[in-house]
Design a protein around this ligand. Sequence first.
Ligand SMILES: [Fe+2]
Ligand SMILES: [Fe+2]
Length: 138
Amino acid sequence: MDQERFTELLNEDLSTEYQSIVQYNLHISTVTGPEFVSTIDELTKHLSQELNHARVLAAQISFLGGEPTTVVRDVPETTDSRGALEADLRLEQAQLERYRERFSQASDLGLADVGEALRPLLQQTQEHVQDLLTALGR
Ligand SMILES: [Fe+2]
Ligand SMILES: [Fe+2]
């Protein structure tokens, strides 16, 4: 793992954050049902945090000499509210795994400042996973 590969991986992370923004914006307006009323408020909070995650990643990519991507990962099609929230959960769990890896890679590369910048993403993604597990009654 060198800094160039690390920067590529940050760009893939950024693509998944753009997916989060599009996906939450879609689900806020399409998830329905009395059991999900408070869930919509949670998703709305997630949405603004995802925008901030994208900003942090783009800034770190630039700092490392890379060009921040504009590629948005595909949003999966879902057929009902529960399926939409399951898709949100899978995305957050994948991002949590990604940020755990990125955090230790930053440390291995001697990029402690980049690791510190990523710490809020790791913490908030963990909270998002928990929020979705709660929304799905798990
Ligand atoms: Fe995020
Ligand atoms: Fe998130």
